[in-house]
Write a protein that binds this ligand. Structure first.
Ligand code: NDP
Ligand code: MG
Length: 382
């Protein structure tokens, strides 16, 4: 029996993870669940999966949850202390990190330091603290298994190959809902337009990130940390049908790719059972019906969020944290209709240009950089 915890169990990745667990109840046991404020859904999940502990970030919601599950033998926790207690739970073997944003940094580091394998969806953590997380994982002998579809595809394409024979990682991108549009057309785009992704159904923040191509920028950094390659070895390729999930080119010119329907349950299940492949109730990819698989170069002039990610990673140190934190803030302002679509990359670029890089930031300095970025944006009166 594999014992897992899920941070972000009420979200898009969290609920899909639980859908898979439902099919493998005699093999996977959920020992802990955590979410932000959704007490009603977390109660349902607790009643169905019977974890020993559950946490909500918001205190009032945690209080409400405690009342709701008074009849059950489950410990209800709250806030960062709650996430950290779950991350360190003794009988948990693996933690699915499916919270959204940098809030995942501390619990993920805590889980690794307690020897838990990480099934990583929460890319923001790797982007901002990859330099702390990856060495710690190596030291503790912990596996970081990618859940993100592109990284799962790369991971699968690396099976049995020698790492020093990788020439290039070809990270595919759908291009998002605004592919093919120019700056002038993007100016008036509203949250409702950006939330209409052509191929994937995901949480709100990552859907906006897909529209700006910031998601791909974060994924470039995620790939660099996960696969220990240089930035020049990562190339982004637009693949509008989202069928080729990513590829690896080797020294001899061979390119190995992973293909599949765009469904996150596939990479989640692969990470849960790695290195095994279990059956999945899903239609086969029908190559007769699939009329075409096309590729394009990304338009980094229009979608500056992607170009800025390469700059942030090249600058290194605390700069990726600025890139990420500015984006998190900007996306939340955009979703509240307080800034325009094009102000998202503009705010990221502005914060980056004002930041003095800390070369090797420790955890405290990363969190301080996050605060500095938020204050810098607030200082502009937005
Ligand atoms: P969602 O917004 O759907 O879900 C976020 C989850 O995190 C919810 O359970 C939410 O709880 C919880 N949460 C939010 N804030 C806190 C907090 N402070 N403390 C504890 N829990 C919190 O996001 P997604 O599932 O779309 O994305 C999760 C992560 O996975 C992101 O990093 C994203 O980039 C990555 N990812 C997502 C993919 C997808 O298909 N969705 C694909 C690849 C990567 P509540 O419901 O109570 O607010
Ligand atoms: Mg992805």
């Amino acid at each position: 029996m594999k014992k897992i915890g899920i941070l972000g169990s009420t979200g898009s990745i969290g609920t899909q993870t639980l859908e898979i667990v439902r099919h493998f109840r005699d093999e996977i046991q959920v020992v802990a669940l955590a979410a932000g404020s959704n007490a009603a859904l977390l109660e349902e999940q607790i009643r169905e999966f019977c974890p020993r502990a559950a946490a909500l970030w918001e205190e009032t919601a945690a209080h409400e949850l405690r009342e709701r599950v008074r009849d059950l033998d489950v410990k209800i926790l709250c806030g960062m202390d709650g996430l950290l207690e779950i991350a360190a739970m003794e009988d948990m073997e693996a933690l699915v990190t499916a919270v959204v944003g940098m809030i995942g940094v501390r619990p993920t580091l805590e889980a690794i330091s307690h020897g838990k394998d990480i099934l990583l969806a929460n890319k923001e953590t790797l982007v901002t603290a990859g330099h702390l997380l990856m060495p710690l994982a190596r030291e503790k002998g912990v596996s970081i298994l990618p859940v993100d579809s592109e990284h799962s595809a790369v991971f699968q394409s690396l099976n049995g190959e020698k790492k020093n024979r990788i020439k290039k990682i070809l990270l595919t991108a759908s291009g998002g809902p605004f592919r093919g549009k120019k700056q002038s057309e993007l100016e008036g785009m509203k949250a409702e337009d950006a939330l209409r992704h052509p191929n994937w159904s995901m949480g709100r923040k990552i859907t906006i990130d897909s529209a700006t191509l910031v998601n791909k920028g974060l994924e470039v950094m995620e790939a660099k940390w996960l696969f220990d390659v240089s930035l020049s070895q990562i190339q982004v390729v637009v693949q509008p049908q989202s069928i080729v999930h990513s590829m690896v080119e080797y020294a001899d010119g061979s390119v190995i790719a992973q293909l599949g329907l765009p469904d996150m349950k596939l990479p989640i299940q692969y990470a849960l059972f790695y290195p095994d492949r279990r059956p999945m109730e899903m239609p086969s990819l029908d190559f007769y019906k699939l009329s075409q698989i096309t590729f394009e170069k990304p338009d980094t002039e229009t979608f500056q969020g992607l170009a800025l990610a390469f700059e942030a990673m090249e600058a290194g140190g605390s700069m990726p944290t600025v890139y990420n934190a500015a984006n998190e803030k900007a996306v939340s302002l955009f979703l509240k209709h307080r800034i325009s679509f094009l102000q998202i990359p503009e705010l990221i670029g502005d914060c980056m240009s004002r930041h003095r890089v800390i070369a090797h930031p420790d955890l405290e300095q990363i969190l301080e950089t996050e605060r500095w970025t938020y204050e810098t944006i607030a200082g502009r009166g937005i």
